[in-house]
Write a new protein. Structure first.
Lengths: 95, 485
């Protein structure tokens, strides 16, 4: 299997990480060597094996649906790079 | 009292309880040593002024019934600490000051301990040498230009270098046990669900666990007793009967059956590691326990499985870093451009690599071939352990396939870096507890560790085995203080 530059560009778009040509080439090399290593899993037949989705065989606990955090607006926006007291501010999305 | 920083946690607790030492004495001593140890680069954020204030306050009205009375402690910078910057070793969180406290650290402060500061780690805990940190690599106190392991490299280095009496790390694929092994210290990765993940910067949620890193097994047991609690704020926290690990600690392991898995004898493993393992087997027998050869047939598939599961979960967890709600933001021409530049400039190379792997294995057309396949193999790996535990009480293996390596030695080859975790990763995939204890030195004088893997929720048993082995091994860490001018 081989991951080409076109695939790298596609994954970078999905990942929302911009990559230039140089970085894309380096990533293609790295990812190819990692996927060569991962291919080992194809040695195993797993048709009759169920996927493991959780190591802990417990069911989720139920709890009353109550509001526990009140009036924490200030705390929530405290670390935002840009805000106007009530909202997070982002670059304009609608023309 | 001289040499305060050389004392174990247990000794410090006793000396504070007997009023031979005050919290201020102890806190001052560790701060002084940290000031002389900048070259190790263990700290990302120091909180020394506040620590001294808290120590003085503690001494005015000491509550000596607590388990960690006035004990200063630095923690891995992956735990959110209220009003103290928490970076996860990343540029993208370089300005993040949590407004809440992680449950694990909250448990520690409730027992009287005092925060010294936040310790360096690989970026988002992704690394095995602490070289992916935005804040630079950490020096191993064992030797100059030697990696301390990772991702809890700053934590391991701080304990080995006596900059903190004890600490906590996190372990997703070996990030507590491998650095413990590289620095001659003790590190426990508890059962999945034993310690709350609330307030820990997430890497791979089905694998992440917090755990203690200590100078000896008894200290490790004491901290585990403090940090392991059921927590409704973590939906995967498990409500089981927890032991009083330090009080119940015993070196009597007579009649225990310890499995020796043949698949851990990997190609190219240095003879020193094999010899160390054999020595461990002999000590187990000397303690009156029995060793049994076992097979964990899917061991060699654990790392490839891990490098699908962990990046997949990471790509999802790290989607939250978008430059909007918190953390670093780069300017962009529009919203999407801002996202892409923020993540490209804010994340380091290894983190970007793993997000890309994760995005790829979860993407349309590849999900079944990679992610689902890995989930199935993960089941086979867990089944191996379930089978083995029908015959044995615990499993003994080396902690790592080699001793610590030089800074820069493996940074250009991600796969060779990943191989460091070959013995530790299966334990995370199966959700089991594992402990690494120092067991000897290689020809260069660098420490080597042995790992004891337990059944789920059986921390007491592996702590007991570790305690018994520790006594037989009588390991002495060779710390020369080379970095102190």
């Amino acid at each position: 299997m081989s991951i080409d530059l076109k695939t790298i560009k596609h994954i970078s778009k999905l990942s929302r990480i911009s990559v230039d040509e140089k970085k894309a080439e380096k990533l293609a090399g790295d990812l190819n060597s990692i996927f060569d290593f991962i291919e080992k899993l194809n040695e195993l037949k797993t048709d009759n094996v169920g996927p493991l989705t959780s190591v802990a065989e417990t069911t989720l606990k139920l709890r009353p649906d109550e509001v526990k955090s009140k009036n924490i607006r200030e705390q929530i926006i405290k670390n935002s790079p840009q805000d106007n007291e009530d909202y997070f501010v982002v670059p304009k999305v609608i023309e | 009292m001289s040499d305060i920083t050389k004392q174990s946690l247990t000794e410090l607790v006793e000396n504070i309880k007997n009023k031979k030492l005050s919290s201020t004495d102890v806190t001052k001593a560790f701060i002084e040593r940290a000031e002389q140890s900048k070259e190790l680069n263990t700290y990302i954020t120091e909180d020394f002024t506040s620590a001294l204030d808290k120590a003085k306050k503690f001494d005015q009205k000491p509550n000596l019934d607590l388990k960690l009375p006035g004990i200063p402690m630095a923690v891995k910078d992956l735990f959110c600490t209220k009003d103290v910057k928490t970076t996860a070793g990343s540029k993208i969180l370089n300005n993040f000051v949590p407004t809440y406290e992680s449950t694990v650290t909250e448990n520690i402060w409730k027992e009287g301990a005092i925060l010294l500061g936040k310790l360096n780690c690989d970026e988002f805990a992704m690394g095995s040498s602490n070289e992916t940190s935005f804040f630079g690599n950490v020096q191993n106190p064992i030797d100059k230009d030697l990696v301390p392991g990772g991702s809890s490299g700053g934590s391991a280095s701080a304990v080995a270098g006596q900059l903190t009496p004890i600490t906590i790390g996190t372990d997703t694929g070996g990030s507590i046990r491998q650095p413990a092994s590289f620095t001659g210290t003790v590190g426990l990765k508890p059962t999945y669900g034993s310690c709350s993940r609330y307030g820990i910067v997430a890497f791979a949620s089905s694998l992440d666990q917090a755990g203690p890193m200590a100078q000896n097994v008894k200290d490790c047991a004491l901290l585990q007793e403090v940090i392991s609690t059921y927590d409704s704020k973590d939906s995967t926290s498990i409500d089981f009967k927890r032991n009083q690990y330090s009080k119940e600690l015993t070196n009597n392991i007579k009649g225990k059956k310890i499995g020796i898995p043949k698949e851990y004898r990997v190609d190219g493993m240095p003879k020193e590691i094999e010899d160390l393992w054999q020595k461990g087997i002999q000590y187990i027998k000397d303690c009156g326990a029995q060793t049994i050869d076992i097979s964990l047939p899917h061991t060699s598939y654990a790392l490839p499985t891990y490098y699908i599961v962990a990046p997949a979960e990471a790509s999802s967890n790290l989607a939250r870093y978008d430059g909007v709600k918190y953390g670093f933001r780069a300017e962009g021409e529009n919203l999407i451009d801002m996202y892409e530049k923020t993540r490209s400039e804010g994340f380091g190379a290894e983190v970007q690599r793993r997000i890309m792997i994760g995005t790829y294995v979860l993407s349309s057309g590849y999900y079944d071939a990679y992610y689902l396949k890995a989930q199935k193999v993960r089941k086979l790996i867990k089944n191996d352990f379930d089978e083995a535990y029908k015959k044995v009480d615990a499993i003994l293996t080396p902690s790592t396939p080699s001793s610590a390596f030089k800074i820069g030695e493996k940074t250009n080859d991600p796969v060779s870096m990943y191989l460091n975790d070959i013995f530790t990763v299966p334990v995370n995939l199966a959700g089991l507890p594992g402990i690494s204890i120092p067991a000897g030195h290689d020809s260069k004088g660098y420490p080597l560790g042995l790992q004891i893997i337990g059944k789920a929720f059986d921390e007491q048993n592996i702590l007991n085995i570790a305690f018994a082995l520790e006594e037989k091994i009588n390991f002495k860490n060779k710390i020369t203080d080379w970095w102190i001018k």
